[in-house]
Ligand binder design. Structure first.
Ligand code: C5P
Length: 232
């Protein structure tokens, strides 16, 4: 897997998104479109960004019964994105159905990545509300194994877990990791964070970077700093 930096385009409108991407000149970074932008602007936004020449990670985190997820993934497969995702909590059967739905008639498909436990879920809440008694990292590794069994390409996880995921699921099973901050930057609401350089060292395949780039005075310079630390 070729390491890359994915910019989280967490904007509420097309206008803000296009203004932001306009600041990258002729560079075409890999971008993530999440629920906020997709629900606001729909598939046309995906199409427009794709036509500009960007790779796209469509982050909609599907989680429903297998048949519904399969049919929805079939619709998403026609958008021509490069990566999309779902919740591993939907079970192996749901992930297998998703993969089937996502595969186009010619056999090609976007990378399919599973969310394990959201980083906003603490071990305490998992135990008290979800009645899952096992340690959080054990649950993350089990969900990663389930994703691999279902034939998925990788997981979204904390950069600090990327090495262990590779140990458990193999080096070709890819790790997509948010929670990235520059050593001298603002942490914001993220908790388990690391720098692009450290994420590379631990073994992340893709880092997802939002505010350190979107809120930077010079987003292009911040992106290039990420690329230099993580890829270069
Ligand atoms: O601004 P920041 O760099 O924190 O953005 C990280 C991006 O990754 C956001 O789009 C956030 O929703 C997403 N994300 C995350 N933690 C997860 C899954 C996704 O921060 N566990």
């Amino acid at each position: 897997m070729n390491r890359d930096v994915i910019i989280a385009c967490d904007f509420p409108t097309r206008e803000e998104t296009m203004n932001f991407l306009g600041r990258f000149g002729d560079k075409r970074p890999f971008v993530k479109i999440g629920m906020e932008l997709y629900y606001a602007e729909g598939p046309a936004m995906v199409q427009e960004i794709k036509e500009r020449g960007h790779k796209i990670f469509l982050d909609l985190k599907l989680h429903d019964i297998p048949n519904t997820v399969k049919r929805s993934m079939n619709v998403l497969s026609r958008l021509g994105v490069d990566m999309t995702n779902l919740h591993a909590a939907g079970t192996v059967a749901m992930m297998e159905a998703a993969l089937e739905g996502l595969t186009r008639p010619d056999g090609t498909r976007p990378l399919l990545i599973a969310v394990t436990q959201l980083t906003s879920t603490s071990e305490e809440r998992m135990r008290n509300e979800l009645l899952i008694d096992r340690p959080l990292d054990e649950v993350v590794m089990q969900y990663a194994k389930n994703a691999k069994i279902a034939g998925l390409d990788g997981v979204v996880c904390s950069p600090l877990e990327a090495g262990k995921v590779h140990d458990v699921c193999g080096k070709d099973f890819c790790t997509v990791t948010p929670g990235i901050r520059f050593a001298d930057g603002d942490v914001g609401d993220q908790v388990r964070i690391t720098t692009p350089a450290k994420a590379k060292e631990i073994g992340s395949d893709f880092i997802v970077v939002g505010r350190p780039i979107t809120a930077a005075e010079d987003p292009l310079a911040a992106y290039e700093r990420c690329m230099a630390e993580f890829v270069g």
